[in-house]
Design a protein around this ligand. Structure first.
Ligand SMILES: Cc1ncc(COP(=O)(O)O)c(C=O)c1O
Length: 415
C-alpha cells in the first residue's frame, strides 16, 4: 500500500494547499517531470536529427521516451508510439489516413458515452467519404454502455469501431476487449480512447489486440502532450499526410513538424515516477530482468489503483449521504471496479456552475459543464441545465479532502 505523504511530496503543486479534484481535466505533475523538462532545456535543447551533441541528446531522449511509453502500454516496439500535440489532434490526424480506406456505404461505429474527440473526427470522415455512422447508446440509469446495441451495430459494412476505455463524464469502464473482438470479427479496425483510463489502471495493447489507442500524458501526471499507439504493420500500411522530406516510416511519418521535445522528456519523467511507485510500494521486482521498467510500471499502477479504490468508495459513500444529490453513473459499491473514480452529480437548488464556484471559494477545484462529453450530457437531458459537477480523484488525493468536500456540500444543501 502506498504512503500518501511520500506520494504527495513528489508533487510540488500540492503544497499550495488547494484540493485538486479537477484531475479528469488534467493532473498535477510529478517532480520527476519538472526535472526532466528542466534538464532538457539546460542540456539538450535543439531540433532533432543533427550531427551535434544537443541534437543527438534530443534524438536519444525521444527514443528512450518511446521505449518507456511502449512499456507503459505494452506495445511490441517503440515505433508503435506516436507523439503529438494532444489526443484530439492525433486522432484528427490519423483519421485522415483511415479515411482513405473508406468507400461510400461503409459504416463507422461511435458511442454516446465518448468524449467528442473520439466522435467528431469520425463524423467528419464519414461525411467526407459518404459513409454511415451508427451510434451506440448507454443506459442513463447507471452510465453503462449498451453492449447489445454495439453487437447489432457492427455489421459486414463496418470499417471502424471507436470506443472509450473509461468515460470522462460518468467514470464507466467499457468492455473494450469485446469491442475489439467484435470489430475484428467483421474485419474492422478498433480505435480506443484511453485518455481517462490511463491515470488509473494498466493498459495492455497486446492483450486488447486493439489497432489504435490514444492517451494524453497530462492526464497521468505528465506534460501536455498526446500519445497514439498503432499496430506497426498498420501504421506502415497507412498513407500519412506528411511533408515530402519527412521520414517515410512509422512513427516519424505521422509526427508532423517539430515536436515538443521538452514535453516528450517530461513524459519520461512521469513514467520514471510511476515506475518508482511500483518499486517503492509494490512487490519486489528482480533487478536483472530486461522487463524491469515494464514490471515496475505495472506494479505502480496496481498500487495506486488499490489506494484509489478506497478513495473512490469513500467519495461514493459521502456523495450518497448528501440529501438531494444525484450521482450519474455506477453507484453500487460492489461494482466499484467497473468505474474509475470520476463522479458526476447534480444537486437540488444549485446549478453546476454555482457549486463549482462555491467550492473554488473554499480552494476545492472541480469542473462543471459537459467536459466535451457532449453526447453523454445531452443524452442525460442535462445539456440545457449547465451539465453536471465532476469530482475526479487521483492517487495523490486524501480521505480528509473528500471529507471536507462532503461537509461543504452538506452545508450548501442545508443553506
Ligand atoms: C476521454 C477523453 N478523450 C479525449 C480527450 C481529449 O484529450 P486532449 O486534450 O489530449 O485532446 C479528453 C480530455 O479531457 C478526454 O477526457
Amino acid at each position: 500500500m502506498l504512503n500518501i505523504e511520500t506520494i504527495r511530496a513528489h508533487f510540488p503543486a500540492l503544497s499550495s494547499g488547494a484540493t485538486f479534484f479537477d484531475n479528469p481535466g488534467g493532473t498535477q505533475v510529478a517532480r520527476e517531470v519538472i526535472e526532466r523538462m528542466q534538464n532538457y532545456y539546460l542540456h539538450m535543447n535543439a531540433n532533432d536529427g543533427g550531427a551535434f551533441y544537443t541534437s543527438q541528446q534530443t534524438d536519444a531522449i525521444v527514443f528512450e521516451t518511446r521505449r518507456a511509453v511502449a512499456d507503459f502500454l505494452h506495445a511490441t516496439r517503440p515505433e508503435e508510439i506516436i507523439f503529438g500535440q494532444n489526443m484530439t489532434s492525433l486522432t484528427f490526424h490519423i483519421s485522415r489516413s483511415i479515411a482513405r480506406l473508406l468507400e461510400p456505404g461503409d459504416e463507422l461505429v461511435v458511442t454516446r458515452l465518448d468524449h467528442d474527440a473520439n466522435i467528431s473526427p469520425w463524423l467528419w470522415i464519414a461525411e467526407d467519404r459518404g459513409c454511415q455512422v451508427r451510434w451506440v447508446d448507454f443506459r442513463p440509469e447507471d452510465g453503462t454502455l449498451d453492449m447489445q446495441t454495439l453487437e447489432q451495430a457492427v455489421t459486414s459494412r463496418t470499417k471502424l469501431v471507436a470506443i472509450g476505455y473509461a468515460s470522462n463524464a460518468l467514470g464507466t469502464i467499457n468492455d473494450v476487449k469485446r469491442a475489439v473482438q467484435l470489430a475484428h470479427s467483421v474485419g474492422a479496425l478498433c480505435f480506443i480512447d484511453a485518455v481517462q483510463y490511463a491515470p488509473h489502471r494498466s493498459i495492455d495493447v497486446q492483450e486488447l489486440d486493439c489497432d489504435f489507442l490514444a492517451c494524453s500524458a497530462y492526464k497521468f501526471f505528465g506534460p501536455h502532450t498526446g500519445i497514439l499507439y498503432g499496430k506497426y504493420a498498420l501504421l506502415e500500411d497507412l498513407t500519412a499526410y506528411k511533408l515530402r522530406p519527412a521520414g517515410k516510416h512509422a512513427p516519424h511519418k505521422f509526427e508532423t513538424g517539430t515536436q515538443s521535445f521538452e514535453s516528450i522528456s517530461g513524459i519520461l519523467g512521469t513514467l520514471d515516477y510511476l515506475a518508482w511507485v511500483g518499486t517503492t510500494f509494490g512487490a519486489p521486482i528482480p533487478d536483472d530482468t530486461e522487463q524491469h521498467r515494464f514490471l515496475a510500471l505495472r506494479a505502480g499502477m496496481s498500487v495506486l489503483g488499490e489506494y484509489e479504490e478506497q478513495l473512490s468508495l469513500a467519495l461514493l459513500e459521502g456523495l450518497k449521504s448528501v440529501s438531494g444529490l444525484h450521482i450519474w453513473g455506477i453507484t453500487d459499491p460492489q461494482r466499484i471496479a467497473s468505474r474509475v473514480p470520476t463522479y458526476s452529480f447534480s444537486l437540488q437548488k444549485w446549478s453546476p456552475a454555482d457549486i463549482a464556484a462555491k467550492l473554488a471559494q473554499n480552494d476545492i477545484y472541480v469542473w462543471d459543464g459537459n467536459f466535451y462529453a457532449l453526447s453523454a450530457i445531452e443524452r442525460l437531458g442535462l445539456g440545457e441545465k449547465g451539465g453536471v459537477v465532476r469530482v475526479g480523484l487521483a492517487h495523490y488525493n486524501t480521505l480528509q479532502e473528500i471529507e471536507r468536500l462532503i461537509a461543504l456540500l452538506k452545508d450548501m444543501q442545508a443553506a
